[in-house]
Ligand binder design. Structure first.
Ligand SMILES: [Fe+2]
Ligand SMILES: [Fe+2]
Length: 294
């Protein structure tokens, strides 16, 4: 990976998440992660439609299996902590399913390098704060695989933008929007979070670090050659307009085939719609022991 564990580590100043006291917030977080891992089924789409070469195909085949094992990991953690599988927040569902990348370059840069990068930092934060060793041990093993997913995203992004300045600008524009979104979220949370909770009170600062790490990754991948702050508001606005202009043109061109492409989406329910009804999801009894599944 282009960033180290140390660089991606936030100092919660000794604050911990207590499995009993913080059950509700832990359950909420685990359910967002559970959904995120379930979106591992989408890797099948990238394998079948977009894998550029044999190595990438092999990587994706393995990744989809790892994400399914992560589903198992979270079910196990939730059973141990007495948390129930529940629907993920609408925004999380939209961000991870509704906003799937439109091309291989968008997938590897926005969903893998940036998106899984954000998730990886959240996993590190849970590892550093959750006061429950069996759960933390499971997560420690899973992050090794997530690190490889982020690294693959970084490598493939660098390959994709080499010699293609227009693509580099477009991906940068799209990235700026997602970083803006995370900053807005941090501002929104700042006023609503309990200021006396040892972990939750740090969330806005943690999100700020996540955005800064993403910027560092962009620089190391060669997407930008100076700090974003030096780009100026006008230049940043131009990048965003250009990125969405390009997307809009592409969307216009594909409008002709839209009804045909949408039909299966309406007809077919995917696992990300039905997993909460799957008997396996509820199979683990509360307090089930932690078994290694990775
Ligand atoms: Fe995962
Ligand atoms: Fe992953």
């Amino acid at each position: 990976m282009l960033l180290t564990r140390e660089e991606m580590t936030f100092d919660f100043q000794g604050g911990t998440l207590d499995p009993a006291r913080d059950r509700e917030v832990i359950e909420w977080m685990m359910n967002q992660f559970l959904y995120g891992e379930m979106t591992g089924i989408q890797v099948g789409y990238w394998l079948y439609e977009h894998a550029p070469d044999y190595d990438a195909a092999k990587f994706l085949a393995r990744q989809s299996l790892e994400e399914m094992q992560h589903v198992e990991n979270f079910l196990r953690i939730m059973a141990m902590l007495g948390c129930k599988p529940k629907p993920a927040h609408g925004a999380v569902r939209f961000l991870s399913t509704g906003m799937m990348g439109g091309s291989w370059a968008e997938h590897v840069s926005l969903e893998m390098a940036a998106g899984e990068g954000f998730v990886l930092m959240a996993f590190y934060a849970i590892i550093d704060t959750l006061d429950h060793k069996p759960s933390v041990d499971i997560l420690r093993r899973a992050v090794k695989q997530e690190e490889r997913h982020v690294e693959f995203g970084e490598q493939q992004t660098m390959k994709a933008i080499e010699g293609r300045a227009w693509l580099r600008r477009r991906l940068l524009g799209l990235n700026l929007v997602s970083m803006w979104g995370v900053r807005r979220l941090a501002k929104f949370m700042q006023k609503r979070l309990p200021q006396d909770h040892p972990v939750m009170k740090h969330l806005p600062a943690f999100l700020e670090l996540s955005v800064r790490c993403n910027e560092t990754r962009l620089r190391r991948m060669g997407m930008i050659d100076r700090p974003l702050a030096e780009l100026g508001a006008l230049r940043r606005a131009a990048l965003v307009t250009e990125a969405y202009g390009g997307k809009a043109l592409g969307a216009l061109a594909s409008l002709v085939t839209l009804p045909l492409r949408l039909l299966p989406w309406f007809k077919r329910k995917r696992l990300t719609d039905t997993y909460l009804k799957d008997p396996h999801i509820h199979a683990l009894p509360p307090g089930a022991p932690a078994e290694a599944t990775d």
